[in-house]
Design a protein around this ligand. Structure first.
Ligand SMILES: [Zn+2]
Length: 144
């Protein structure tokens, strides 16, 4: 995993209406319809990254190839990868220290409302609470 971090990862760009359930490696899916893009973390860990496209989140730049602005920091992933997508490629950025991550989070929190905080984090939190809910429903069925 670590060695991959210096390797260049080029994405194939797919414009889709819906982001598929199962993402392919090294494909950047873009749904202009739903204003979102999604790809698998280029470090090779296989986790899915969702980047909502909006003026306060990510900007999609299309000049024949695709770039996303700002950089993507997967702080909630075990790999904590940090990169830009520029000209269809993942360009690795230095990994941030835990301290800088929390400073940035505080920063973001003060600048934006809760709703707009880190897209992929929001998604994985949602998934987590969904499975918690499912678990609770199962328990509930047994209890009542
Ligand atoms: Zn990763």
């Amino acid at each position: 995993m670590k060695t991959l971090l210096t390797a260049e990862v080029e994405f194939r760009i797919e414009f889709v209406e819906f982001i598929p359930d199962k993402l392919e490696d090294r494909v950047l899916y873009i749904s202009t319809e739903f204003k979102t893009a999604s790809h698998k973390c280029p470090c090779g860990c296989g986790l899915e990254v969702v980047t909502p496209l909006s003026p306060i989140r990510w900007k999609l730049i299309f000049d024949g190839s695709v770039s996303l602005d700002p950089s993507i920091g997967n702080w909630s992933f075990p790999c904590r990868s940090h990169y830009w997508i520029e000209g269809n490629k993942a360009v690795w950025a230095p990994q941030w220290s835990q301290e800088r991550i929390s400073i940035n989070r505080e920063d973001e929190a003060s600048q934006r409302d809760r709703y707009v905080r880190s897209g992929h984090q929001k998604i994985s939190e949602t998934r987590k609470s969904q499975s918690k809910l499912r678990w609770w429903k199962r328990i509930k069925r047994k209890l009542f």
